[in-house]
Ligand binder design. Structure first.
Ligand SMILES: NC(=O)c1ccc[n+]([C@@H]2O[C@H](COP(=O)([O-])OP(=O)(O)OC[C@H]3O[C@@H](n4cnc5c(N)ncnc54)[C@H](O)[C@@H]3O)[C@@H](O)[C@H]2O)c1
Ligand SMILES: O=C(O)CC[C@@H](O)C(=O)O
Length: 523
């Protein structure tokens, strides 16, 4: 049974995939009202719940946080990554609603609809006070031409507007397809009659329209922010409204929500909504069902598509990756148990069909297997890279042309303080995983269960002695493989056994002169 906490108001119809699943217990309560936070596997939020590091520390069983919407600025993604919690969002479920809301705000702004509405309702009939401006023929500056910005551009063109766009990541091809003019920021500022921002709130975009840049706009400009509070600096807005440079402002979002800057809201020419961009039945159903389906998939061990802190894998790609992902995790466990010493670097080389897949994900699986043997906290593909770095372990991956002769091959080298460990493995469809090289010895075994790894001198009688010691300790041998480099030289023996191998058995083995070392590895 999985426990899912829905801590903000999210459409029940959208949550149906979770609510109707008998293996899922859904609790709809604010975080502050829940006293057994440690039991939840998944947390679903909109923007009200702040997913802080402190909350993540309390939710010790949490595996996934889902944001029913786009912006994840209420989630400490870095902390989630550190604790191995996947963060997903619903990036496009509310695009149309937010674009329509922005457009409604724009029309309301230039035609003074909110102010006129208040006036009529108060008994006035003051037609001359609300002389407006047409959108037709005006230049609309769009800053950020992503999902929402693009939908606004389409609507603006239908209204006969000239669309000027600033987006540093906009390709010429895309600008051409949308029929917009790709400009420098200063050009948009200087030429646009109306400017609307549609970027995420980042270090670069915070205060993007601040004192300096608003100063570069046309006198009489209209400004809109239906993206994130802070992209337009509120103090700068107040200044330019006071001096009459900015003619009108429409805000759906604020630096602090609910807004505390009353001075800004007191301007007659500022119109505002309480973060309503995504507040339509359709958008709420879309985002809720998107995240509900993703969370269900995730809890059932399937790939998620809109992860903020994991590579995005489609089902098709995940199915192809899964055998290598499992193999890499085992190789990580094998390497860690073999090394049992500080490690500086892990290098992984991918060859053949595996090299065509999302290898960064497979590398993370190796690291998760490796670090899982060594650290106390949860390690998974989300936080493995971060934990490796924190522990001073560097890692690299390379793609090589097929030198191993296998259809696919994962080759790993782990450099420790005192020695180096290397392993090569392959996955053969319908046959399974095989380790084909251990520390430079040719070998062929299925990595599973209780493995006894013996380094010895290639001499007659060694194998028999090892078999006898195991027999004397009541350990049955399931499989056995030997590998050597030269006749009479160093050799290895890899045995898979049906029973746990204890320290006494290891001590009995290493007493023989021709047995260099013996280790147990549990896979
Ligand atoms: N008001 C609401 O209810 C509501 C609803 C949904 C989304 N949003 C917000 O709207 C914004 C846009 O959402 P989206 O889904 O279109 O996102 P998106 O990721 O599709 O688009 C963002 C665009 O901004 C561009 N960009 C990034 N940095 C930039 C910079 N420094 N200068 C110019 N452009 C830059 C990117 O290239 C991208 O094209 C986000 O902040 C999101 O949180 C608000
Ligand atoms: O949940 C909401 O209504 C806010 C949505 C919006 O800001 C988002 O980022 O998707």
């Amino acid at each position: 049974m999985f426990h899912v906490l829905v801590s903000d108001s999210i459409s029940n119809d959208g949550l149906a995939p979770l609510l109707n699943d008998e293996n899922i217990n859904v609790v709809q309560k604010k975080v502050s009202e829940v006293d057994d936070l440690e039991k939840y596997d998944a947390l679903l939020v909109r923007s009200a719940t702040k997913v802080t590091e402190e909350l993540l520390q309390k939710m010790t069983n949490l595996k996934i946080v889902a944001r029913a919407g786009v912006g994840v600025d209420n989630i400490d993604v870095e902390a989630a990554t550190k604790y191995g919690v996947v963060v997903i969002n619903a990036p496009d479920g509310n695009t149309i609603s937010t674009a329509e809301h922005t457009f409604a705000m724009m029309a309301s702004l230039v035609r003074h609809i909110p102010q006129a509405n208040v006036s009529v309702k108060s008994g006035e009939w003051n037609r001359s006070a609300f002389l407006g401006t047409e959108l037709y023929g005006k230049s609309l500056g769009i800053i950020g031409l992503g999902r929402i910005g693009s939908e606004i551009a389409k609507r603006a063109k239908a209204f006969g507007m000239n669309v000027l766009v600033f987006d540093p990541f906009l390709t010429k091809d895309r600008a051409q397809k949308l029929g917009v003019n790709s400009c420098k920021l200063d050009e948009v500022l200087a030429q646009a009659d109306i400017i609307t921002v549609h970027t995420p709130l980042t270090k670069e975009t915070r205060g993007l329209l601040g004192k300096e840049n608003i100063g570069k706009t046309k006198k009489g400009v209209y400004l809109l922010n239906c993206a994130r509070g802070g992209i337009i600096d509120e103090e700068a807005l107040i200044h330019y409204l006071e001096i009459g440079h900015v003619k009108g402002v429409a805000l759906d979002v604020f630096e602090v929500e609910p807004p505390v800057n009353r001075k800004l809201l007191d301007f007659e020419q500022v119109i505002a909504t309480p973060h309503l961009g995504a507040s339509t039945k359709e958008a709420q159903l879309n985002v809720a069902s998107q995240v509900a389906e993703e969370v269900l998939k995730f809890l059932n061990g399937k790939p998620v598509t809109n992860s903020i802190n994991l590579p995005t894998l489609t089902k098709d790609i995940f199915d192809k990756i899964q055998p290598f992902y499992k193999l890499a995790k085992k190789l990580g466990q094998l390497a860690s148990q073999y090394m049992k010493e500080p490690v500086q670097h892990i290098g992984i080389v991918y060859e053949g069909t595996v090299a065509e897949l999302e290898t960064s994900f497979i590398t993370k699986a190796f690291l998760a297997g490796f670090l899982g043997e060594r650290v106390d906290s949860t390690v998974n593909e989300v936080n493995a890279g971060l934990i490796a770095k924190e522990r001073g372990i560097s890692f690299s991956e390379k793609i090589a042309s097929n030198g191993s002769g296998y259809a696919n091959c994962i080759a790993v080298q782990v450099d420790g303080d005192h020695r180096t460990f290397s392993v090569k493995a392959t996955y053969i469809p319908n046959y399974g995983e095989r380790i084909v090289d251990l520390n430079g010895f040719d070998i062929d075994f299925y990595p599973a269960g209780e493995v006894l790894y013996v380094e010895h001198i290639d001499k007659p009688g060694v194998i028999g002695r090892v078999g006898k010691v195991l027999g004397d300790h009541g350990v049955n041998i399931a499989t056995m493989q030997v590998g050597r480099k030269n006749i009479g030289g160093e050799a290895i023996m890899v045995l898979t056994c049906d029973k746990l191998i204890d320290d006494q058995l290891i001590e009995a083995l290493v007493q023989f002169d021709d047995i260099v070392s013996a280790k147990t590895i549990h896979l």
